[in-house]
Design a protein around this ligand. Structure first.
Ligand SMILES: *Cc1c(COP(=O)(O)O)cnc(C)c1O
Length: 408
């Protein structure tokens, strides 16, 4: 154990997700003006629409579909990113929560049938943690009530299902380019649709509701520059570890994972310089994601040897991406015990969203109380292990040993 402890002492700070490591020359000339075209090539789609965040992409999608159908109810997983709820509220639409399936991240099929009706605008199945989930059930139920399907692939850029990118089986799909979600322009979003008419309508919406905002672009550009400085093992203790441990000392788990979002969502155009940075980094993304797949496959196998632990995986014919391993522990007590040891240890162990949507105080004016036992159980029993390339095998083995010890 002594050697492992030494190893751990050398670890500075592992980021909670595997972000594509930035390079200085991404920031420099020659500037690239074709992020949309390169992203389209990468995803194997005819066209990609760029927005300033995943949330803004969802806002553009919802605004478009509402204009086309006039319906108002949007069905989302009861355990998902709080920004999804804020996007629905931003559009003046109403949330309907669907519980998760027992012990997984898919929708509970019976609950989905129950919440959908002829007033449902869209169902939003979610590729949480980069998983390629099966959206067949969402599509079937959406079609039966005349609703659309928007695939939330915010965490899943590069994930494939049946050999094509996720986001194409549904009517619209979106990806996030936020810091920590793989490829980043600090904040950014991509919208895709296999339907040409919808693509045209999405572009029309963008022209209508997305202004240029110099102040926001300046702020995001500085943040992207800061990210290039800070996203390295030697500076992450300061940029990520310090605020994390401060939040944990306060007992503020929501702040610790950055779940505390602003009430006002910025919607503006993504500027040319940040597009260029994204376009240049995109060249490295395929190799980066493939290396992540190999690393994750090894580590999933290692962790799943521990009785009682499950790592959330892909649906059949799915080939997801691995920003982190999404781990379901056998009990809340075991999960909490593991986190008391691992969360502040700087080894890249964290949590995804802290609560099921009805349990965020800050969302109480837009999320109605709901009985969503499986979503709550998932929030209480899950943790994440970073798939960053900076998390070495020895440290991973130590994490696995801790997980095993808290269960037995
Ligand atoms: C991050 C995230 C979003 C929002 O994307 P941003 O780019 O951060 O606005 C939406 N859904 C899920 C599941 C996410 O993880």
């Amino acid at each position: 154990m002594a050697r492992r402890t030494d190893q751990r002492a050398r670890v500075r700070e592992i980021p909670p997700t595997a972000g594509l490591p930035p390079r200085w020359r991404d920031l420099l000339p020659p500037f690239s003006s074709d992020l949309a075209a390169r992203a389209a090539r990468f995803l194997g789609v005819p066209q990609v629409q760029i927005e300033c965040s995943g949330t803004a992409a969802l806002i553009v999608a919802l605004t478009t579909l509402h204009r086309l159908s006039g319906r108002r109810f949007v069905v989302v997983p009861a355990y998902t990113c709080p920004l999804v709820a804020l996007a629905v509220a931003y559009c003046g639409l109403e949330l309907r929560l669907c519980d998760l399936a027992v012990d997984g991240i898919d929708f509970d099929e019976d609950d989905l049938e129950r919440v959908c009706n002829d007033r449902t605008l869209a169902i939003v199945p979610t590729h949480l943690g980069g998983r390629a989930i099966d959206i067949t059930t969402s599509l079937r139920i959406a079609r039966s009530v005349g609703a659309y399907v928007i695939e939330d692939a915010a965490q899943g850029l590069g994930a494939r299902q049946d050999g094509v990118s996720v986001g194409l089986a549904g009517d619209i799909g979106f990806f996030s380019l936020a810091a920590g979600k793989g490829l980043t322009t600090y904040e950014g979003g991509l919208l895709i649709s296999r339907d040409e008419t919808l693509r045209r309508e999405l572009a029309r919406t963008s022209v209508g509701i997305v202004p240029r905002k110099i102040g926001w672009e300046l702020k995001r550009s500085l943040q992207l520059f800061g990210y290039h400085i800070a996203y390295r093992p030697i500076l992450l203790p300061l940029a990520y570890g310090l605020p994390l441990r401060r939040a944990l000392r306060r007992g503020d788990a929501v702040a610790a994972v950055g779940d505390d979002f602003p009430a006002k969502i910025p919607v503006h155009k993504l500027g040319a310089w940040r597009r260029s940075v994204g376009a240049r980094a995109l060249a490295r993304l395929p190799g980066f994601l493939d290396a992540g797949r190999v690393r994750a496959a090894n580590r999933v196998a290692q962790i799943e040897k521990i009785a009682g632990i499950k790592v959330i995986g892909d649906a059949a014919n799915g080939d997801g991406v691995w920003p982190f391993l999404l781990v379901r522990m056998p009990s809340r007590a075991a999960r909490d015990h593991a986190l008391t040891i691992l969360w502040r240890a700087g080894v890249g162990v964290s949590r995804l969203f802290i609560h099921a949507l009805p349990d965020y105080l800050d969302l109480s004016n837009i999320v109605a109380p709901a009985d969503v036992p499986n979503a709550r159980a998932f929030a209480e029993r899950s943790l994440t292990i970073s798939n960053s390339e900076w998390l070495g095998d020895d440290v991973f083995a130590w994490i696995a040993a801790v997980l095993e010890s808290v269960i037995s």
